[in-house]
Write a protein that binds this ligand. Structure first.
Ligand SMILES: NC(=O)c1ccc[n+]([C@@H]2O[C@H](COP(=O)([O-])OP(=O)(O)OC[C@H]3O[C@@H](n4cnc5c(N)ncnc54)[C@H](O)[C@@H]3O)[C@@H](O)[C@H]2O)c1
Length: 336
């Protein structure tokens, strides 16, 4: 690292990779994007041009090993996260790995063990809701004791229509994983048991997913639900509500004015995730660069990446068995 500047290499320059690269280049003091890699070289070149002429790589491993790359941001498709994170740990480089950290619990465990072998935290997982002002305010309120012990968690995650409906497996591992992590970090407890129910998007394909509800039970006795839609029909919305012994509190994330006009009362809803969570991505990246400057990683950890996949695995098992399923994890290692 040179004169307090963190040189970042970005792997995957699609929707979120290009957003992260743009924020790092323009909004984060002390960060510079020096290398980008994508299997679509034209896309990588376009993002590089916006990052003060960063070098374009065709090979992720070469970018990770480049001598002037201090830290790596992985924003390639889910299936490539685990191998990228492992290569970063092997190279001793801090990595911000987009969610999910892997696509299976066993691969997440390899990352956890590799990081423990390295003896220090290098991995931050892209669970950016931890940096969202509305989520943080609710966590602070719970921490203040205002509503007492938390009894019930309710997560709402509505997506706008995508060109293809996800399978229930993809909905869980790629999208509901955000809600699984939110439930764990906001309630401060691990999820012990899950029961997945869903409505197929296509009645002829039972594993296609339009709307899902996951019932969850936490260690310590609290309960909750994670509600997810692959096509809300109205836009993008993420909300959390927590009921405690002395009241119920929820996130308030919609700051648009309430408009009364023509015999209606209306309020805008974000069209999609980049608009709803833009400020959280900025906060996330600022925190990541700060922790890299201090020599490691902070924020959502490889443990969070591992446990969220352990819960996701139980959800998929429940979707197959039509029964509640226990979450199979491991003892939390001392390093986390
Ligand atoms: N934290 C969040 O809120 C959030 C939001 C969106 C996406 N994501 C995650 O980020 C990742 C990317 O999502 P996206 O929406 O940007 O997808 P995307 O399809 O827009 O972009 C993926 C990019 O990766 C490239 N790519 C494909 N194979 C590659 C490989 N082997 N190595 C390098 N690049 C490769 C593609 O060419 C494409 O440019 C996903 O894992 C997704 O789960 C996280």
């Amino acid at each position: 690292m040179n004169r307090g500047i963190v040189n970042v290499g970005v792997i995957g320059t699609g929707m979120i990779g290009s957003l992260h690269a743009g924020i790092l280049s323009s909004r984060i003091n002390g960060a510079r994007v020096v290398a980008v890699m994508d299997v679509d070289q034209d896309r990588a070149a376009a993002v590089a041009a916006d990052c003060d002429g960063a070098r374009v790589y065709s090979d992720a491993e070469a970018l990770i090993k480049a001598a002037d790359v201090d830290a790596v941001l992985i924003a390639s498709p889910d299936a490539f996260h685990a191998e990228g994170a492992l290569a970063c740990i092997a190279a001793g480089k801090p990595v911000l790995c987009e969610k999910p950290m892997a696509t299976a619990r066993a691969d997440a465990e390899c990352i956890l063990r590799a990081e423990m072998g390295a003896g220090r935290r290098l991995v931050q997982v892209g669970f950016m809701r931890e940096y969202d002002r509305a989520h943080r305010a609710l966590v602070d309120l719970l921490g203040s004791g205002e509503i007492g012990r938390a009894l019930r968690f309710r997560g709402i995650h509505m997506n706008p229509f995508r060109s293809e409906y996800a399978s229930i497996d993809t909905a869980i591992v790629n999208s509901l994983i955000h809600d699984i992590h939110s439930a764990r970090f906001m309630m401060g407890a691990e999820i012990a048991e899950v029961f997945a129910r869903w409505v197929p998007a296509n009645p002829k394909d039972a594993r296609s997913a339009r709307y899902a509800i996951i019932h969850i039970s936490f260690d310590g006795g609290a309960i909750g639900t994670l509600e997810w839609s692959g096509d809300s029909g109205y836009g993008y919305e993420v909300e959390v509500e927590i009921t405690g012994e002395r009241g119920t509190a929820g996130t308030s994330s919609n700051h648009s004015p309430i408009l009364r006009q023509g015999s209606t009362r209306s309020q805008a809803i974000s069209p999609d995730w980049p608009e709803r969570f833009y400020d959280a991505y900025v906060e996330e990246l600022a925190a990541w660069i700060g922790s890299v400057m201090r020599g490691g990683a902070a924020g959502p950890s490889a443990w969070d990446g591992y446990m969220s996949l352990a819960v996701a695995e139980a959800c998929i098992k429940s979707s197959e068995s039509s029964q509640p399923e226990r979450v199979i994890g491991m003892e939390r290692p001392a390093m986390y």
